[in-house]
Design a binder for this molecule. Sequence first.
Ligand code: BES
Ligand code: MN
Ligand code: ZN
Length: 521
Amino acid sequence: MPLPSPGAELDGAPPVAVFSGTLREASGADVWALGFRSVDGEHLVGSQVADAADLLPAPVADVLSRARARGAVGEVVEVPVHAGDGAPESVLLVGLGTGTATDLRRAGAALSRRVRGRAHLAVAIGADCLGGDLVAAEERADVAALRALTEGLVLGGFSFDLKTQPGQAAVGQVTLTGVGEGAETAVRQARVTAHAGWFSRALAVMPSNVKNPAWLADRATEVAHAHGLECQVWDEPALERDGFGGVLAVGQASVSGPRFVRLDYAPEGAGRRTPHVVLVGKGITFDTGGLSLKPSDSMAPMKRDMTGAGVVLAVMAALRDLGCPVRVTGLLACAENAVGGAALRPGDVIRHYGGRTTEVTNTDAEGRLVLADGLAYAVDTIEPDVLVDVATLTGAVRIALGQRLGGLFTDDAELADQLVTAGRSSGEPVWHLPLVDDYLERLESRVADADNAGGTPGAITAALFLRPFAGSVRWAHLDLASVGDSPSDQFEWTQGATGFGARLLLRWLCHEAATGRKARR
Ligand code: BES
Ligand code: MN
Ligand code: ZN
């Protein structure tokens, strides 16, 4: 029996609506949630708690004290409620920690887990208990709080399965109550951003018997139609014609042939001075390692080796809804790294787009081979202002940084600063790692311009391998192999594939990138 219909399971994210009225006026919600903080042993609950007062068995401060609540992020205290007209089935009090954006995102996610399978959640964040400028300097505290909370509420409820008896899905709908003027736009943007995170995660979770390169290219075509983007797909003959030697070499053993996809977004009224960013995503739909075969434990999670391409696709899908001010081209370099009689061999020399050659000493270092084509293509045909590649590239970056921090490589200090800042504020943090020239000798080959597996330090030699393909264009490389999967349900992450990177890039493109060099000229 055929597995899922194309694309159908990719969006189960709950709708989040805003409402200026009270909890009670948000009729029909079966769960109410109120935020609270604990400061110096005193519990602070927003004034909207008045709405629930007659439902509670005691004053809310007493309820919290009795429950020994500490106000920690994501702490959820369930209060028994009197049944009555318009009364919800449950009232939840949710700890907001210190009230920072990070804490609110995490609180939203914890709440979302708690209300899985419920029909309708109405939330009163209680912005008046957040206290002044705790959340973000550039935005009103209540607005920034709602933005972060919304992202957490959506992402914490992520689920995806192909079970005949489906597991518990996210809450059916969420209403944010008491949301005043000026916050609607922020909540709408947060919803779009969170959906991008959801979409990239769903793409990464999809099993590889469904998700082959052609399937990914089809999803890209759908996205292009739905969001007004230009789209071009290279199949094998087109890849041969244009010399995409890296993508072809990696994909040559698979029964599902490789694809290269280009998506173009231009903002309304774009002109010559509009900065142009190109994103290149590693789209290995399954990584066996090729003839340099992976051991089975390392191979098992490799359906998510297309996370970079999934992230780029999810970003492209969100740009118009967010009104992104810069031109963006997304390139997806898709191939399945399979084993077979036609497979790429250790020792083979391949010729990338544009002519540079690589000696393939390890067929498991395949991501850099497909990215190299993408970078070279971008430099040759687009002349971008900035080039960023996104990939689950090396196991080494995970050893260096663990599973909560992505790796960032760039020689451009301003770009590093922008991406690190975007990572921190989006909840997808990255750490700037060095491109050390002294390790360049490890990439030397006797027969080609470079060796694809220069050895340790693995994340750095991989980044150094990519650098020449970016030519003189400002370039950054995100090695997200560290954060491509989450060991547990924690914060806004669900166990398994994360789709990490979409929120970071959207934040950068819609805020920081627009203030880059060209824009200031
Ligand atoms: N897809 C892997 C990297 C990876 C490892 C992603 C763990 C997610 C979790 C990549 O293609 C790979 O196999 N890299 C090799 C490179 C080596 C052969 C030079 C690695 O990191 O071991
Ligand atoms: Mn590999
Ligand atoms: Zn790989």
